[in-house]
Design a protein around this ligand. Structure first.
Ligand code: GDP
Length: 192
């Protein structure tokens, strides 16, 4: 199915000069960049993107508690408190310096991009993925440094999430309709 997904190259990607490297990996898959811009996010955009949503806050918090538990560390915050704390740090982080936002389109774009990104914690992300190759951060290091995990890239988790997020960063006019020259091959139909 042809889908669209939102990617944000977060301030660590921009500041480390990795924009080209990350975009190249995406382009090479044959997924299509249909929108792209550098954004110095304001608090309102950050707050909308990292929504004050109970389900998201709990899932972020639980992920960290589980990771700490595996390492035998007991955190003092509840899952919800951890989620709220992370949200605040993410909002501060994404408004700190420019990011690059892109809309990527193609067959199975949402899942494919998540696979290219790798796991949330770069320390555990598989080598070959963007986070696995270009970052070393972990939940523990980030938490003890009072900042979000620096993992270079945000990518929508579902098609629905992508629809909501794309509207925050792009107007309809900024999303382009065009054909890549390799599309005839990529989406080729057999003769039978
Ligand atoms: P993603 O979809 O892989 O980006 O992960 P999430 O949606 O769960 O979390 C959003 C972002 O919050 C992550 O990319 C990290 O930058 C940051 N983050 C998530 N969980 C934690 C945490 O427990 N501690 C810290 N410091 N940052 C976190």
């Amino acid at each position: 199915m042809i889908e669209q997904t939102l990617i944000i190259l977060k301030p660590d990607t921009v500041q480390r000069g990795l924009i080209g490297e990350v975009i190249q990996r995406i382009e090479k898959t044959t997924l299509k960049i249909v929108a792209m811009k550098m954004v110095y996010a304001n608090k309102a955009q950050a707050g909308e993107h990292y929504a004050d949503d109970q389900e998201w806050l709990m899932s972020v918090g639980e992920k960290t508690l589980k990771s700490a538990e595996k390492k035998g560390i007991k955190l003092s915050r509840t899952a919800l408190e951890q989620g709220q704390w992370v949200r605040q740090m993410l909002m501060d982080y994404i408004t700190m310096s420019p990011s690059v936002c892109l809309v990527i389109e193609g067959h199975g774009a949402v899942a494919k991009i998540r696979m290219l990104c790798g796991g949330t914690s770069p320390q555990e992300a598989t080598p070959g993925t963007i986070r696995g190759d270009f970052a070393i951060d972990s939940y523990m290091l980030a938490d003890s440094s009072d900042r979000p995990v620096q993992n270079l890239i945000h990518a929508s988790g579902t098609v629905e999430e992508a629809k909501r997020e794309i509207k925050i960063w792009f107007t309809d006019k900024e999303i382009h309709v065009f054909k890549r020259v390799d599309e005839d091959l990529v989406y080729r139909k057999g003769s039978s």
